[in-house]
Design a protein around this ligand. Sequence first.
Ligand SMILES: C[S@@+](CC[C@H](N)C(=O)[O-])C[C@H]1O[C@@H](n2cnc3c(N)ncnc32)[C@H](O)[C@@H]1O
Length: 296
Amino acid sequence: MAGSQPEEYQVPTGVGLTAVGVAAARAAESRRSDRLFNDPFATDFMTAAGAALPFTDHYPPAIPDNGDLWSWFASYAPIRTRFFDDYCRDACAAGCRQVVIPAAGLDTRAFRLPWPAGVHLFELDTPEVLTFKEKVLAERDATPACQRVAISTDLRQEWPAAVVQAGFHPGEPTAWLAEGLLMYLTQDERDQLLDRIGQLSAPGSRLAMEYTDRATIQLMRDALDDSPYSVFLKTLWHSGGQENPTSWLGRHGWQAQAYSAVERAQSYGRPLPDPTGPVAQVVRAGDGGLIIARRP
Ligand SMILES: C[S@@+](CC[C@H](N)C(=O)[O-])C[C@H]1O[C@@H](n2cnc3c(N)ncnc32)[C@H](O)[C@@H]1O
């Protein structure tokens, strides 16, 4: 996705560009008077990304509902963010003082959530995403509300040693959060990721993730338009999980519960649109993909 970018920023490319797309959704949500959260840095990331920003058509100040998959995502993304914000709060309220966010992208929870004292939060992503992120945050003099460590790594490689070296304690319960990641990994890579997370997860740890199965990914492909960003995304999506997320997590030693974004949205007073056609099929098939699991 080439675009004329402000010269001083190396805007993430490839799968890293998807992080900018999610930040755009958080920026739009943060402008609403009835917002479900406030991300004070999301607009800075968008400004820095400039013309490289994907699907600008879909994130003007007021999001139009065109009835397409992107409009659906624009409505869904804030529900997902709020759901995982609550997960982080709940985990800390239950005593977790370690939080790890693999594929953190431009997530600014370290800065915007009211963490209790003593929380160490580790963000993992590629060097290019983290370099872009750090530059924007430094220019805003952003100060984390916890002990934050950013670790550049490829999550398909051997990353646990780097996390431990950065101060992570495997013996302590941890809250993991893999939001918007799994669809960019193959089944083998997902299994390996889960094995590595498991090795570092003391009893009492928690794991939250967004899970999209194979059938839903296919429906998403079918529902997408032919805009350049859509075509680009289809090249990044792998075929999706092959089994029910709770069974998959169960085999890896986690007790998981699946939550419906449609139901959560209603509980937040922000019901999701009722789409028709191919988007309705995606929503029906994919709802229930917000997962929270515990390590007994
Ligand atoms: C859709 S974004 C989600 C970012 C963030 N979790 C959020 O919700 O805003 C996907 C992120 O996954 C990261 N990612 C994908 N594959 C990765 C890998 N193999 N290693 C490290 N990061 C990866 C990308 O760089 C990108 O930041």
